[in-house]
Every structure is written in C-alpha cells, then in structure tokens.
Ligand binder design. Sequence first.
Ligand SMILES: Nc1nc2c(ncn2[C@@H]2O[C@H](COP(=O)(O)OP(=O)(O)OP(=O)(O)O)[C@@H](O)[C@H]2O)c(=O)[nH]1
Ligand SMILES: [Mg+2]
Length: 437
Amino acid sequence: MTQQQNGKKNMIENEQQPTRQVILAGLDQQNENFDYEMTELANLAAANNMTVVGRVVQKLEKPNAATYFGKGKVDELKEALTYYDADMVVTNDELSPSQIRNLEAGTAADIMDRTALILDIFASRAKTKVAKLQVAIAQLKYQLPRLRTSMNIRLDQQTGGGGSFTSRGAGETKLETNRRHIQHQISLLQTELANIEADDETRRAYRAKQSIRNVALVGYTNAGKSTIMNGLVKRFGDNPEKTVFQADMLFATLETSVRKIQLPDKQNFLLSDTVGFVSKLPHGLVAAFRATLAEAADADLLIQVVDYSDPHYQEMMTTTAETLKEIGVGNVPMVTVYNKADKIPEQVYPDRAGDTLILSAIDEASQDLLVEVIKEHIFPDYVTTTLHVPFSDGQVVNELNEQATVHELDYDESGTILKVTLTPIQAARFAQYEMTK
Ligand SMILES: Nc1nc2c(ncn2[C@@H]2O[C@H](COP(=O)(O)OP(=O)(O)OP(=O)(O)O)[C@@H](O)[C@H]2O)c(=O)[nH]1
Ligand SMILES: [Mg+2]
C-alpha cells in the first residue's frame, strides 16, 4: 500500500454518531445463556453509544430463514418501534444478508446484527495500525455478501480513481463494481497486515531463542487484565512507565502488549496483555485477530482473569473457554484469577487454593501472591542451594549477585557462603562450589 493510501480514512471507519434509540431483538432457543446474552447485548449497545428503549424476544427453536423472527413477531417488532419511538433494531444473532433485508422491509427500520455491532465497537476503539487493519478487514468481509444494488457505498477515492477500478467492464453493474472494489481493498489491507505480522513473528522467534518465559493474561472484556499488567509493570517492569490503557469499558484493549517483568530476585519473564473476549465474538474478527492472539497460544502460562464481582462471572468464564478453543489455545497451563475481590463485601483476599486465586489487581499483597504462583509455574526447575566460594574467586560472587537470587550471604575464614536460587544451567556451572550438607 502506498504512503498516500496509508494516511487516508478507511471507507467504513466508524465515526462518532449521535445516540440512536434501539430495540434489542433476541430468539430464545432454550439456550441456558440466553438471558445473559441479552444483558451482554445491552452492554454492547451502550458501548456503541446507543440507548436501549425496549426489547422483543421470541421463543423459537430455530431462526426463521427469511425474517429471523416469525411473521407475527415481525409485526409486533414494528409496533414496538413506533411505540418506543425507535428506528433501529439490534439482533442478538448474526443474520444472513436476506434476513437483514427482509426484516428491514418488514419493520421499516434499520437492522444491525450482533456481529456488526461488535465490529463497530472495535472500529471505534482501534488505535494502533495493526488493530485498525484487523478491524477494517473484518468489517469489509462482513460487508461483502451484504452489499445491495441500491447501496451507495462510499468508494474510496484513491483506489477508486486508479488501478483496475477505472475500467468498469462492459455490462458490469454497480453492485459488481462495488464488490470488486471491496475485494481489492481486503487484499491490499491483508498484504499490509501480513508485512507487519512478519516482523512480530521474527520478534517472537527471537524471544523464544532467548528462552525467556512468556505469560499471557486472557479473559472476558473488562475483567481487569490490563490493570493487573499495569500493577506488575509499575512495580517490576524493566520500564515502569510503560503502562497500558485500562478503562471501565468493553474492549479497552485491542492490541497485545508485551512487557518485561524483572523480579527483585532477578528472575524475569515476559507478560502479555491481550484482547478481551465476549460471547459470539464474530468469526471474522477472531480470524483477523489470530496473529494478535498468538501471544496467548505461544505462552508458557495463561492467567485467566475473571471479574469475580460480576454476578455473571461464570458465563464469562464459559465464553473465555470457548474463545480460547476457537483460537486454538489448547494445552497451555492456566492459573485462574478471581479479580476485583475488593468490590465484594467481606471477601477475604488475597487467597489461594492451588492454581485458583482470589485477589484484587490494585492490591500489593495480591500482586505478590500472583507473582509467587507465576514463578512456581515457569521456573519449576530452579534449584535452591548453598555455595562456598573461596575469596580467590571473588568474581563468581559478583556474578551471582548480578544474575542469580541470593537469599543469604555470610563469610567464613576462607570464603563467601551464599544461599542462592539458580537456573539449571547456573546450577551446573557453579556445582563445584556447592557445600556438602
Ligand atoms: N475495584 C477494582 N477495580 C478493578 C480491578 N481490576 C480492574 N478494575 C477496573 O475494571 C475496569 C476494567 O479494567 P481493565 O484492566 O481495563 O480490564 P481488561 O480486562 O483489560 O478489559 P479489556 O481490555 O476491555 O478486555 C477498570 O476501570 C479498572 O480500573 C480490581 O481488582 N478492583
Ligand atoms: Mg485491557
């Protein structure tokens, strides 16, 4: 992509729109999560600057192929729109292009499905180049089968004015031109993204070679992943100023950030903060974010962060498990952190039972406990031992002080006695100094 094209706005970039009055529409297919999905949909709508004025629900085994809702319910929806003075319907499921068309015709209102809603939120939150590219690709892919003859898409000026788009083939309809245009845009953006991702891949390979351990924070959106990251970065980061964005909103984080954590005992690891999950995360979005989420797949340890103060935390954990499966994160060991314990009256924290922790991201004792558990997982083969280093080998003491964890230091008449924790490689190197017990 040329410099010029980089700088230009994407044609479907989200612009801040005035608040719209919307009605939520959902099909209750006897799915046990249904109520929660509708609550989540309301939160998503609010995050997209919409005011929910009503909801219409139909119990139906499966969606009507033509109109999503059954015929009578479509009429009811139309009446509700008038009654509540709303002009848009947001559906809990992704709809087919024809379902959207028919439902729009039947209700005389705009229809937005859950997928488009999530894509819109992502678009308004994306800040980095990579996140913007990923969202734009997912949005274009979503639009492609939904283009209509009547639709006036805002053709992107630069590509529209040059290249293959100047020569509209004989007899080619406007719809076909638009389709070709979008396909072309997708491939341009994909090439650009692939170039950036190749760099990331190199960086990851470099880290793997350095054999530094990777720990990734994962979980439902707004659980507190970035806050945990920041807590550790401020206290132990190699650059404590390099905190990430944290905020009380859905999808505050749209890009993976990696930070180096250097513990006071000189052990270190990389910590990644990742994109939060939500139920029914659109497949196109998951595919577009696959590279971003590769940090989680490559991790030596996952920290699943749960908002324990949310009554729906169990559903959120189910969503996290499903999403991890979808992005192909299989056999990575996981620690579960029940976070925001400070918001729960009388909850004792920090607390631990095996790999399950109850804590608060903003509490130092909680952060210490989390670090302890991380260490147990990623440095299991470290050895704690006592060394006797003769005064003649003074440089070894310096080296240990710099590179290893020195717990105690003492002297006798011939040398220095150190109680240390060593990596397996260091243990082999300094074995000659080991004191016989
Ligand atoms: N009281 C309290 N608030 C917390 C705690 N952890 C996080 N928060 C708040 O919860 C909100 C969301 O926190 P984030 O760290 O941005 O959540 P996230 O999991 O990174 O969310 P996404 O990036 O959207 O996936 C923020 O307003 C935080 O201040 C906690 O332990 N206690
Ligand atoms: Mg975050």
